[in-house]
Ligand binder design. Structure first.
Ligand code: NAP
Length: 291
């Protein structure tokens, strides 16, 4: 099977021909339809995450995928459409086939095309974890979502609205209209307006940018408000550590979420897709079409 792997940290990802995976007890093989790229793939490939995720080289990149069951297993029939998130230590989603425990899979949501559904696992489930499990966002609250046109942010806007919050978002350029369309009540173009001078009394900030954006976000919180961050642990912020969890992903897949797709590239163009992701300007998800 074809797979996109790295043979050294910092090396460009390359297409390789690898043996097809063989399922063990309780495992299934999935024919991958699409995979989604996440900033974590870049961090792992660079080697900076080796302390957290001790991956073995060569390493097939990718955690998020959609596909169809190729070999039956507990609870699954051949052909069933599924989505899932692999453990980052194992990787393996940027490949024609994946082997994994049957319990890690979730039925693909019926409201999305199977290719598009590959965009859900990490980004949508992280947004859910941050807003529901960490921040307990509820109706009547004001939530500031930074980078609302990005992968996590585009889902966070939708989830915060579903929870009944008033959503203020930051974005720039074409991202402003995108954030409005996703449901944000107010969108600040961060290149033109300083959110920290403009906003006060915010209950929850979701910071997916980090650095100064996180530091300055504390000024907009009301007393007792919560800053939740995803890029890296930061003083005074609740850090979300997203671990693969099929039960959580199943809940998120049941929501009527739109997957904002920036672009879809063939697996063979994976290295180029990752270079684009590294620019940090994506509008939603970057997908790799595998089948
Ligand atoms: N801790 C965890 O478990 C976990 C889980 C998921 C993600 N993460 C991390 O969370 C971060 C975000 O992930 P992602 O997938 O959402 O990234 P992404 O899709 O690559 O984010 C790109 C978006 O960020 C926006 N952006 C950049 N600078 C901005 C700023 N100063 N203000 C507002 N928006 C800005 C860009 O908009 P413009 O082009 O308009 O600038 C673009 O739309 C990454 O560091 C990722 O590793 C962590």
């Amino acid at each position: 099977m074809k797979a996109l792997h790295i043979t050294a940290f910092g090396a460009e990802a390359a297409l390789a021909e690898l043996p097809a995976p063989i399922p063990g007890p309780g495992q299934v093989v999935v024919d991958v339809v699409a995979a989604a790229a996440n900033p974590l793939d870049l961090k792992i490939a660079s080697g900076v995450m080796s302390g957290f995720f001790p991956v073995a080289l060569p390493y097939v990149l990718g955690t998020d995928f959609s596909g169809r069951i190729a070999s039956p297993g507990p609870g699954w029939q051949v052909g069933d459409p599924v989505i899932g998130r692999l453990d980052p230590v194992d990787g393996g989603a940027f490949a024609e086939q994946i082997v994994l425990d049957a319990a890690q899979l979730v039925p693909a949501p019926a409201h999305l095309g199977l290719e598009t559904a590959a965009g859900l696992p990490t980004a949508a489930a992280t947004a859910w974890q941050a807003l529901v499990e960490v921040a307990d966002v509820h109706s009547g609250q004001t939530v500031l979502v930074h980078a609302a046109a990005g992968g996590v942010g585009s889902f966070a806007v939708q989830i915060a609205k579903l929870l009944g919050a008033r959503v203020v978002a930051t974005a720039s350029g074409s991202g402003v209209a995108i954030a409005e369309k996703l449901g944000a009540d107010e969108v600040l173009d961060y290149r033109k307006t300083d959110f920290a001078s403009r906003l006060r009394g915010v209950d929850v900030v979701l910071d997916t940018v980090g650095g100064e954006v996180g530091t300055r976000s504390r000024q907009v919180l009301k007393p007792g408000g919560l800053l939740v961050t995803t890029p890296a642990p930061a003083d005074g912020a609740a850090f979300v550590f997203h671990a693969s969890d099929a039960a959580r992903l199943a809940k998120v897949a049941d929501l009527d979420l739109e997957v904002l797709v920036d672009r879809t590239c063939p697996l063979a163009d994976g290295a180029r897709a990752l270079s684009f992701l590294a620019e940090g300007r994506a509008r939603g998800k970057i997908l790799l079409r595998v089948a």
